[in-house]
Design a protein around this ligand. Structure first.
Ligand SMILES: NC(=O)c1ccc[n+]([C@@H]2O[C@H](COP(=O)([O-])OP(=O)(O)OC[C@H]3O[C@@H](n4cnc5c(N)ncnc54)[C@H](OP(=O)(O)O)[C@@H]3O)[C@@H](O)[C@H]2O)c1
Length: 348
């Protein structure tokens, strides 16, 4: 049996993505072959394509952090799952394919009846949001939080989960995202026309308890200025490294990768050393999953439960067939996308 898979042929723009057709992979001992129903398209995919994400694998590789699919074939030694069962996973790369083989331990059962595109939105974006809220910031009802990129994939998840937690929510966005942010219960701040530090102090008096900063670089230090004393910036992304979906710096991907990590480290150390008791803490879904795999599984089960009860509703920006991964990444790179872009299997 043959299948299609998308590969990144070189570090660069969307032209680096190519569709190939090949024999379906065979599951090894302990693995399961999954027929992918939905794969998420996210900024970390674009960063890996550009070669600037710390997890970028050697070339050529297949993009795709998150997937939902159907168990197709069990490798030897696997008895916990059954063919036909719907499962979710965060392989970090490899999800832009019709079939993928993964270790059975990586797969989390998905309750029946969920839309695969909505379910896949939970695996990267909502887990990131949930774990930052509850494991990093340990938020409490009534706290004030500022969410950067609040109309984006992770940002809109933070708004929905923050509302459930009873938080007072502020969100930066471009003018295109204002209605989405207020619709999700946030007070929008248009970052292109307003200074968010001034605006937060005007609106709150003393600043916010937590800032979620996925923009990175020097932006983290400005986020720290929006905190009240004792507050915390959770730094988790490098959106500012890209402009129009390409490298903002014009520097080669590899060099940028290390520079960005060093800047992150300096701000985290600075958060402790500078006066004012305002901390900067990093969050990484992949590192937390490696250190605490049971948290990832349990948190995803909790989120599937919230989706089933319709307490959360992921925003789906657009669905593309898997062979149009390049167009999907081009759209995400242009900016102004509200919610999650998803690649879907033709029949899902
Ligand atoms: N650490 C982790 O474990 C982890 C996990 C998931 C994602 N991430 C990171 O999280 C970040 C967000 O990912 P995503 O998938 O949510 O991306 P996304 O859906 O593209 O959202 C990014 C949002 O940021 C907005 N934005 C761009 N520049 C901004 C600025 N200067 N100020 C405020 N908002 C700005 C964009 O709005 P406009 O286009 O309208 O300007 C967009 O809505 C990425 O850097 C990603 O790598 C990290």
């Amino acid at each position: 049996m043959r299948h299609r898979r998308i590969i990144v042929t070189h570090y660069g723009g969307p032209e680096a993505l190519q569709v190939i057709e090949e024999e379906c992979p065979e599951p090894k001992h302990g693995e399961v072959r999954v027929n992918v129903l939905a794969a998420g398209v996210s900024l970390p995919d674009l960063m890996m394509r550009e070669g600037i994400h710390p997890e970028t694998p050697p070339l050529p590789f297949t993009s795709g952090w998150d997937l939902v699919g159907v168990v197709d074939q069990l490798g030897e030694g696997v008895s916990e799952l059954e063919p036909g069962q719907v499962v979710a996973a965060l392989p970090i790369c490899g999800a832009y394919a019709e079939f993928v083989c993964l270790p059975h331990r990586e797969l989390v059962p998905v309750p029946s009846g969920l839309d695969p595109a909505e379910a896949v939105s939970l695996v990267l974006n909502y887990i990131t949001a949930y774990q930052m809220l509850y494991h990093s910031a340990k938020v409490r009802t009534g706290q004030r939080v500022l969410i950067h990129g609040a109309a984006g994939g992770v940002g809109s998840a933070l708004l929905q989960l923050g509302r459930l937690a009873g938080l007072e929510l502020y969100g930066t966005c471009s003018s295109r995202g204002v209605s989405a942010v207020s619709g999700l219960g946030g007070i929008p701040i248009d970052y292109q026309h307003q200074d968010f530090v001034t605006e937060i102090h005007r609106l709150t008096g003393h600043g916010v308890d937590v800032v979620f900063d996925g923009i990175g670089g020097t932006h983290i230090w400005r986020s720290r200025k929006a905190l009240r004393p004792g507050g915390m910036v959770v730094a988790y992304g490098l959106t500012g490294s890209l402009r129009g979906g390409r490298l903002a710096s014009g520097r080669s991907g590899g060099r940028h990768r290390f520079r960005a990590i060093i800047i992150f480290g300096l701000y985290i150390a600075g958060g402790w050393l500078f006066p004012g008791r305002r901390r900067v803490v990093p969050y990484s879904i992949q590192w937390l999953k490696r250190l605490k795999p049971s948290w990832f599984r349990q948190d995803l089960i909790t989120l599937f439960d919230l989706l089933q009860q319709q307490k959360i509703k992921p925003l789906i920006a657009q669905r593309f067939p898997i062979a149009e991964a390049r167009q999907a990444q081009e759209l995400l790179g242009k900016g102004g996308v509200t919610g999650k872009i998803v690649l879907i299997h033709n029949e899902s």
